[in-house]
Design a binder for this molecule. Structure first.
Ligand SMILES: [Fe+2]
Length: 278
């Protein structure tokens, strides 16, 4: 059923995207245009230092709660990773500043073309260099996100808030600008990958190093560096990855995942024509 759902979403999201949206707010207009053309947008100083401090205090509480509940995930592979995945559900006032941010939800609405009431999930993530680099075949890798991949075969929005400045040593998140477009570089090969990921081999959403040349133009790779308080919007249908960190590197970010891919609201919006009013 999940496979069929993904396959249907592939068409529904593309169908709704064909209809123009009326965007009054110039800032949102700029973000949507950049997402459509370049797959990402960097909003400098989205939060002030004081707001980041407030969020940090909330994260200390969230981490304590997560340790008590036993749902903090720690991995030490090619990258060492600490992740708390249920930040939005905790409903902490200091974190709601980010996880229930009206501006981000408003951008999501115009990005998807239907109303978005909440994020799918929010994740706190800290990465450092790992002590157990993996060399197994691609399909067996546990730290799979170090390879270029797409999250879904249709548009999905993720935002990540930088909590500590990110430079080259911190293995910045990389996105291939424009590669969310079906016509980017190798359309047929890409569609085969999409279908293969859905129906045959799950790991086919990952690119081996040798295959990168068929799907990615090196000059389109953007290194998402920035400062504390900067916010990135990314359409993770585009090829993206987080490469290994250097020994002194550390990457600390707060994600919002805004997949908007449950079938019912899409069908409702299409049947009632509500999406035409966005
Ligand atoms: Fe991803």
């Amino acid at each position: 059923m999940k496979k069929i759902k993904i396959f249907i979403m592939f068409f529904l999201k593309r169908f709704v995207s064909l209809f123009p949206k009326k965007i009054e707010n110039d800032e949102i207009k700029k973000i949507i245009k950049s997402l459509e053309n370049n797959s990402f947008y960097c909003y400098k100083n989205f939060f002030t230092s004081d707001q980041i401090e407030k969020i940090r205090k909330g994260l200390i509480l969230a981490e304590e709660k997560s340790i008590n509940d036993g749902d903090i995930v720690k991995k030490d592979l090619t990258n060492k990773k600490k992740r708390i995945s249920n930040i939005a559900e905790m409903n902490l006032e200091s974190l709601n500043l980010y996880t229930k941010n009206n501006f981000i939800l408003e951008v999501s609405k115009y990005f998807h073309g239907i109303e978005v009431k909440s994020v799918t999930k929010s994740t706190y993530e800290v990465k450092e260099q790992g002590n157990n680099p993996e060399n197994s075949p691609l399909k067996d890798r546990k730290d799979d996100t170090i390879f270029f991949h797409f999250d879904r075969p249709y548009k999905v929005l993720k935002t990540f808030l930088i909590l500590e400045d990110i430079s080259d040593k911190d293995g910045p998140f990389q996105v291939v600008q424009g590669s969310h477009k079906i016509r980017y570089k190798s359309p047929l090969k890409k569609i085969v990958r999409y279908l293969s990921k859905i129906f045959f081999f799950r790991h086919h959403y990952l690119l081996s190093k040798e295959d990168e040349k068929y799907f990615i133009n090196k000059e389109d790779i953007v290194y998402c560096k920035g400062n504390k308080g900067d916010l990135y919007f990314v359409n993770t249908e585009a090829w993206h990855c987080g490469r290994p960190l250097s020994a002194s590197g550390k990457r600390e970010v707060l994600w919002n995942y805004i997949y908007s891919d449950s079938l019912t609201p899409w069908i409702k919006n299409i049947v009632t024509g509500k999406f035409l009013k966005i």
